[in-house]
Design a protein around this ligand. Structure first.
Ligand SMILES: Cc1cc2nc3c(=O)[nH]c(=O)nc-3n(C[C@H](O)[C@H](O)[C@H](O)COP(=O)(O)OP(=O)(O)OC[C@H]3O[C@@H](n4cnc5c(N)ncnc54)[C@H](O)[C@@H]3O)c2cc1C
Length: 384
């Protein structure tokens, strides 16, 4: 049989693309190299931050609809996926990044509360605000239950007639009006193909002659013990946070209230060291963990500054940290979603929607020029 669409990769982006395709009555096959569920890509784990706090208006606009689509999935699956905690944003008061986000959320009327320095500790106990930093809370920020969300999107996809074949690694793609996809155990055909393979994108796309400047980094996902149990807990209304320009490191540090492991708060560095997706456990650089540990000693005094649990995950980073959402430059019936640069989960429903639209030949609901392949100028090159 010839499918209307094959989606390669059952992470959050591929699963939501398949979800939208099936809801549009397109006969869709979702292929995944590992047996589901798995922890070897970028979408596993219990929690992710959801927020509208972005410097760029286009992300804020996409997130407005994304929140609605998350709520819709909650209804369809009959399961809670979002918990509102607020998102505390801290950063140098006169720093460009902090100011840009603050003015964007205020301009776009994202609900927020500015915390003055004298009232900070009254509202946010157990956090030391860095001298020279300011703070604002986006009240709609919160936690997404990631593993549950992935399962829910796949479940609704299947309930609309979608087919998932897991444990099947795609090893060859033959473009054409009818595309032939070969896995380690079968051959499938479709009129359209969507490639959402996360950290494996660079390798798989290069087999189609497309070379994207994607860097894969390993993230050490660290959990830190509360000295007094509950002091940073989701049940005690502790918010998610992002620390812009911490003194300890070049990139942001972010945290989520203790939830999935009782008494342990997740605090991570928003960058890692370069790796290969199939060899990520060989990457043992811990300088990021040291930076977070120093930050915790200074700013989160109620946590033991030695990680109690360290898990692994990967980011696939583009040079400008914006996603790739586009047609393949050489084959219009191949659509690509890649380079989510460590902030793509919350966009899953909307990324899935626009990739579905591209694949169906429709005009996308959003201006996708920030996400074009063209922006990499000269790179990608097509193979001669
Ligand atoms: C530690 C960490 C924290 C994060 N925190 C946040 C956050 O707070 N908020 C937020 O919005 N985002 C966050 N992100 C980012 C977000 O999780 C990612 O952007 C998102 O999960 C990327 O999804 P994906 O579907 O592109 O990739 P993946 O989840 O990696 O999915 C790709 C899938 O393709 C499969 N695949 C690859 N090659 C093949 C092949 N040849 N054949 C078949 N299948 C194949 C893989 O096995 C994988 O399942 C975080 C990421 C990490 C790692």
């Amino acid at each position: 049989m010839v499918y209307e669409c094959i989606v390669i990769g059952a992470g959050i982006q591929g699963s939501f693309t398949a979800y939208h395709l099936a809801k549009n009555n397109k006969k869709t096959l979702l292929l995944e190299q590992f047996v589901l569920p798995h922890t070897r890509g970028s979408s596993h784990g219990q929690t992710r931050i959801i927020r509208k706090s972005y410097a760029e208006d286009f992300y804020i606009h996409m997130m407005e609809e994304s929140y609605e689509l998350w709520a819709q999935l909650e209804k369809e699956a009959g399961i809670k996926l979002y918990r509102r905690t607020g998102l505390l944003l801290m950063g140098p008061e006169n720093g460009k990044d902090f100011q840009l986000i603050k003015s964007s959320i205020q301009r776009n009327k994202v609900p927020n509360v500015v915390l003055e320095k004298h009232e900070f500790s009254q509202h946010i106990p157990n956090v030391n605000l860095t001298s020279g930093d300011a703070a604002v809370v986006e009240t709609s920020g919160g936690v997404l239950y990631a593993d549950r969300a992935l399962r829910a999107a796949q479940m609704v996809f299947q309930s609309h007639g979608g087919v998932i074949k897991d444990g099947e690694k795609v090893i060859n793609i033959e473009p054409g009006n009818i595309i032939t996809v070969t896995t380690n155990s079968g051959t499938y055909q479709a009129k359209n193909l969507v490639i959402t393979v996360g950290p494996w994108a660079k390798t798989l796309l290069s087999q189609t002659g497309l070379h994207l400047p994607l860097q894969v980094v390993k993230i050490n996902v660290c959990y830190w013990k509360e000295k007094v149990p509950g002091s940073y807990s989701i049940n005690n209304r502790f918010p998610c946070f992002i620390q812009i320009q911490p003194k300890e490191a070049e990139h942001d540090i972010y945290g989520l209230p203790s939830n999935e492991y009782p008494g342990l708060m997740k605090v991570c560095y928003h960058m890692g060291s370069e790796t290969e997706p199939d060899e990520r456990d060989r990457q043992t650089d811990r300088r990021d963990v040291d930076a977070v540990s120093n930050y915790i000693s200074r700013c989160l005094p109620g946590l033991v500054p030695v990680p109690a649990i360290v898990e692994g995950c990967m980011y696939t980073v583009t040079p400008d940290n914006h996603f790739v959402l586009d047609h393949h430059p050489a084959y219009s019936n191949i659509v690509i979603g890649a380079g989510f640069s460590g902030h793509g989960f919350k966009f899953g429903p909307i990324v899935g929607k626009v990739l579905c639209e591209l694949s169906m030949g429709q005009n996308p609901s959003y201006d996708l020029s920030p996400f074009s392949i063209q922006r990499f100028q000269g790179n990608p090159q097509k193979d001669p």
